[in-house]
Design a binder for this molecule. Structure first.
Ligand code: HSE
Length: 443
């Protein structure tokens, strides 16, 4: 601290950083009042200007490392993204005795263990509320507010871009590419939106949530991950016809002594709360032994919501620093030495109900053959839709909802079904979660 103010340095001047500057410019005295100490954003490191940001009141360095080594700076906010330069930047800041606040989930998922170890050894804080679910305070909730609970599961919609795309495709009949372009223009998507679409971004966030919820080290190899790129408009329509909506979920739950970690598109009954969380909103359901069940809903991406989470961390830190404390809250809720890795449930062992969509020749006996192959793996059918073929089309769409079955059994059955001459193309297989007994007992 210098001259009774905690000095903040900001690295990056992109979408989230411009929100951080805007909140500071609008609420500077409110932030200081809430921190019970002066807060001064003084130094910005950015390789280029952002026309949406007036930086005339700040020192601006083109070399972002000038912020990480600035002796006047107490807290460095890292918003450059990526995992290479950002890693060196955060390490440099920590080695220079700075506390670090970041929104960088990829950095935490890949290098969080070593960064947290370094921060602990230097007695500084690494905070990352903005890394998961944008403006929703889920990190603080898990790490601090639920400290008295054993957490059973954390699950939900944790990528705003993906939810925006699925919502618009389902409700406004828009194309995937059209909606993705809008998500990029609105600042929801990652610089490379591949991570939003293929589930990597949600997997990074789930790794962070699972680490705090279950006291595990951050482990990037954790969840098995499927994206939303395989979802066709027909799947959204059939799901609706069956009374479901398709949501891209991250799920982390205890199963006996193991942890089930996965990210995939999921059919959810339309009357469940999470099925109706739309657009850029995220929703995270937590099931814990003392509190029971919580659902947190809010904007999962975007400049100001994410910047709101950044300032929440900065003000929290400033409160501690203002009282002369040395950051008593461990990054993942417990000190690194207390983290223990937990075995994962393998993909093939995960049990759920399934949605299957097949294109099949409209010939006698085809349906019987499909149900026989499912039956041979012990998979029973809950419901089935077959629409008459359109004029001039040889194949019919068949949609099947199965009872609960392990992934390995579905994979074997589909391997055989896809060999049938009557089957037109790859079978679409999506998991169905009702969020009843198998997750947490009752959303
Ligand atoms: N691209 C991310 C999303 C940004 O859409 O959720 C917030 O992490």
């Amino acid at each position: 601290m210098t001259n009774d103010s905690v000095r903040i340095g900001l690295c990056g001047l992109g979408t989230v950083a411009s929100g951080v500057v805007a909140i500071y410019q609008g609420h500077s005295s409110l932030l200081s009042d809430r921190a019970a100490t002066g807060i001064a954003l003084t130094h910005i490191g950015a390789r280029r200007d952002n026309p949406d940001c007036d930086t005339s009141a700040f020192t601006v360095s083109r070399d972002i490392f000038a912020v990480a080594t600035d002796p006047q700076i107490d807290v460095v906010v890292e918003l450059i993204g990526g995992t290479t330069v950002a890693k060196t930047l955060v390490e440099t800041a920590i080695k220079n005795g700075k506390h670090v606040v970041t929104a960088n989930k990829a950095l935490l998922a890949e290098h969080g263990n070593s960064l947290i170890a370094l921060a602990e050894s230097k007695g500084v804080a690494l905070r990352f509320e903005a890394a998961v679910a944008g403006g929703i305070p889920i990190i603080k909730t898990l790490r601090e507010s639920l400290a008295g609970n054993r957490i059973n599961s954390v699950a939900g919609i944790i990528n705003g871009t993906g939810n925006f795309i699925l919502t618009e495709m389902a409700s406004a009949n828009r194309t995937f590419d059209d909606v993705l372009a809008e998500a990029q223009a609105l600042g929801y998507a990652e610089a490379d939106p591949t991570f939003d679409i293929d589930g990597t971004d949600a997997a990074h966030k789930l790794i962070i949530l699972a680490s705090i919820a279950f006291g595990m080290p951050l482990n990037v190899t954790g969840p098995f991950t499927e994206g939303i790129d395989g979802i066709a408009p027909a799947d959204l329509t059939f799901a609706a016809e069956l009374g479901y909506r398709i949501k891209h979920l991250g799920i982390a739950r205890r199963v006996g002594e193991k942890i089930d970690l996965r990210v995939h598109p999921t059919l959810v009954p339309s009357d469940k709360q999470i099925a109706n969380v739309d657009g850029v909103l995220n929703a995270i359901m937590v099931s814990a032994d003392a509190v029971g069940e919580l659902v947190l809903v809010g904007p999962g991406a975007g400049s100001l919501p994410t910047a709101s989470a950044v300032w929440g961390d900065v003000v929290d830190l400033c409160r501690e620093l203002g009282r002369g404390q040395r950051c008593p809250i461990p990054a993942l809720g417990v000190l690194q030495a207390a983290l223990t890795d937990i075995e994962r449930v393998s993909k093939g062992d995960v049990v759920s109900a399934w949605y299957l969509r097949l294109l099949a020749s409209d010939k006698p006996g085809v349906m019987a053959e499909i149900t026989r192959l499912l039956g041979s793996q012990g998979i029973s059918i809950e419901s089935l839709i077959q629409h008459p073929p359109e004029a001039g089309v040889e194949h019919v769409q068949i949609v099947i909802l199965t009872d609960h079955a392990a992934g390995s059994r579905i994979e074997k059955a589909l391997g055989e079904i896809e060999k049938l001459q009557a089957i037109g193309e790859h079978v679409v297989a999506l998991r169905v979660e009702s969020f009843g007994r198998e997750l947490s007992g009752g959303y």
